[in-house]
Write a protein of this length. Structure first.
Length: 393
């Protein structure tokens, strides 16, 4: 009874039917595309830097158990020594390419304190520091009683290569001076010695600062979460401005993802409600005629729901087809980037992937929404007086 009438009505009013199906198709494809692009963004921002190593500095923020206030050499408050188990667990994490440990201590004197860092001469952080040597050499091995001074500190204290520096009664020979790069000044020390010598002058075993080299910039947040699982008091700080900036962008994205998606869904929902409402009120005259020829309220509601269901399913299927076509096109577009301003170009293909789960979820949402709105309004019109419906334009 209903299906032939529905088909006849659809084919007889092609313009109105086409407009409704087109609007539903646009709305459904818009929801799918926005969600897919939002999901893609967090990983896409790292693509120009794919294959570039990331660095990270770890410190442990829990307070010291004991502090020897009589000693001139002390562990800074807020830089607790890592346990051997923690160091071992961090070393075994996925995506860790290299690890370098150090012991940071302060020497207190009449003019304040001097930050001293004991590093592993064979570690990658020592190799990085050795590239900044302006005079002399870097620490040759862990047994050498030598110190490397930051150039400004050396100049202020009138120290040069070959002079003697006394740290807690330990005499060390100045073997070189370095000039710290701007991006590393936040972790810079005034004096660099071997980790063994730092442990000797401070009476401390172990390390309170760890440098990590990660195999991929994109994995930095994953590593940070894994480190939090080892000890929640460990603070992981990005070792480069690029990594820090991208991480901030990714964090902001995650915080506003659901907010932005909620706004889009709300707007699309309101548009669909409006379209279904207008379409149904345009049929009020037809409903009045149905009432006049003997259709019951249940018959009218059933017919109207079938009509809307047919149009909505067609619109949703068309929207899925459109969104898949757009995603397929964009996924094959290749762009050229120069990461970090380097001359070598990097080819980048945006990793946009069609999600059947997202498409199915939005299809169900749109169909249910259309049926609910139609049922509420159709029930109101179906049980109104025929004269009222016939008077509506």
């Amino acid at each position: 009874m209903y299906t032939p009438f529905v088909i006849k009505e659809l084919t007889g009013r092609k313009t109105r039917t086409g407009i409704i199906i087109a609007i539903i198709a646009i709305m459904s494809s818009l929801l799918i595309l926005v969600t897919v692009f939002l999901d893609t963004f967090s990983s896409a921002i790292y693509l120009p830097f794919k294959g570039i190593d990331a660095s990270m500095v770890l410190q442990k923020s829990s307070g010291q158990k004991t502090v020897n206030t009589a000693s001139t050499i002390r562990i800074p408050f807020g830089k607790t020594v890592f346990s051997r188990n923690e160091v071992s667990a961090i070393s075994s994490l996925n995506h860790i390419k290299d690890i370098s440990k150090s012991l940071v201590v302060w020497q207190f004197g009449k003019n304040g304190f001097v930050p001293i860092e004991g590093v592993e001469p064979a570690g990658f952080i020592s190799k990085k520091l050795s590239n900044w040597i302006t005079k002399g050499i870097f620490i040759p091995d862990k047994h050498s009683k030598v110190a490397v001074l930051e150039s400004h500190f050396a100049k202020f204290n009138h120290l040069k290569v070959g002079d003697t520096l006394t740290l807690n009664q330990e005499k060390l020979t100045v073997c070189g001076t370095i000039k710290t790069k701007e991006e590393s000044q936040i972790f810079a020390s005034s004096v660099y010695i071997s980790a063994d010598n730092a442990q000797l002058i401070s009476g401390t075993e172990g390390y309170n600062q760890i440098y990590l080299k990660i195999d991929n910039l994109e994995q930095e947040n994953t590593v940070k979460q894994s480190i939090k699982g080892i000890n929640n008091n460990i603070i992981a700080i990005s070792g480069s401005t690029v990594s820090s900036s991208l991480g901030n962008v990714s964090d902001i994205y995650r915080k506003f993802y659901w907010f932005g998606l909620g706004i889009i869904v709300t707007i699309v929902t309101l548009i669909l409600v409006k379209i279904n409402t207008i379409a149904l009120y345009e049929k009020s005259r037809d409903i009045g005629i149905m009432q006049s020829v003997g259709w019951s309220g249940t018959d009218i509601i059933t017919h109207t729901l079938r009509d809307v269901l047919f149009k909505t399913v067609l619109g949703v299927l068309l929207g899925i087809f459109i969104s898949r076509g757009i995603i397929a096109f964009i996924s094959h577009v290749t762009l050229q980037f120069s990461p970090l301003g380097l001359n070598n170009q990097v080819s980048l293909t945006v990793p946009v992937v069609y999600s059947p789960l997202v498409a199915a979820a939005y299809s169900i949402l749109i169909i249910l929404l259309s049926l609910i709105v139609t049922y509420v309004l159709a029930r109101k019109l179906a049980y109104a007086k025929p004269a009222v419906n016939l008077r509506r334009v």
